[in-house]
Design a protein around this ligand. Sequence first.
Ligand code: GLN
Length: 304
Amino acid sequence: MVDFRPILQDIVAMAQQESNKGEVADYIPQLAHVDANKFGISILNHEGNIHSEGDAKERFSIQSISKVLLLSMAFGLVGDKLWERVDVEPSGDPFNHLSLLEMENGIPRNPLINAGAIVVCDVLISHLKNPKQEFLDYVRAIAGDQSISFDLEVAQSEQETGFRNHAAANLIKSFGNLSHKVSEVLDFYFHSCSISMSCEQLVKVFYIFMNRGNCLQNKNYLSLSQVKRINALMLTCGFYDEAGEFAFEVGLPGKSGVGGGIVALLPNQFCVATWSPGLNEKGNSKLGMQALEQLTTATGLSIF
Ligand code: GLN
């Protein structure tokens, strides 16, 4: 069994020394206030032991990390019919790209870019009575933590400034791939992005993708085949136009968000989350990527 503690301490020391921490996202005004010097990391192993360093208990906006949870809930509810509405190919483009090539016939390239997650939200609305509350309850149940919540100020802030997401949703709607009103779908999408969680909470939620679809309380949410597919999507599409770089440097399926969080996992072994708000030019946490590269290089633990 690997002793993660000294490695995590080295990673935190690296993060403190780094002078170029990247740029905090400011296109969502509410996110621009976050302190760029925050850094947290948590590892949860298969046995359920958690090791954390730095600001690992502090909550931040998970943003696009929520796309994996929307996907997981929708896939669990509708199964393979989901792939009639969204494709499974990496995009090689930024998360908010609107290219028609990305969206042949209104079918977004994959569920982990904005356009794809918007379609997944539409699918969920068709199957849930109260989508926002039921999605939140789903995330809380997997984590075993009722304190997880939306950050309504972040949701409101993005509602007011998310012009590209409005454009994407209208484009998809024009192709006939949204059943509900654009405003209703986007309200759900922005709320899902606004969920705040700490690194310690994130690793507990993503434990299901590491542990064959079973949460820490041993309840099953996904079949083995579904877990395989979600992890494959995280590996190929979890970092937008930097998915190749993340596989090359880190070698784990994972997902980033513009709040500066990254969560990644090695099936049957461990789940890791980092938080450092400064982003690189591709919109992924700069120090988070460096930390995870350090982790998998030092331990030799990756899917490769
Ligand atoms: N809510 C953000 C958006 O739609 C999510 C983007 C991200 O985290 N990459 O722009």
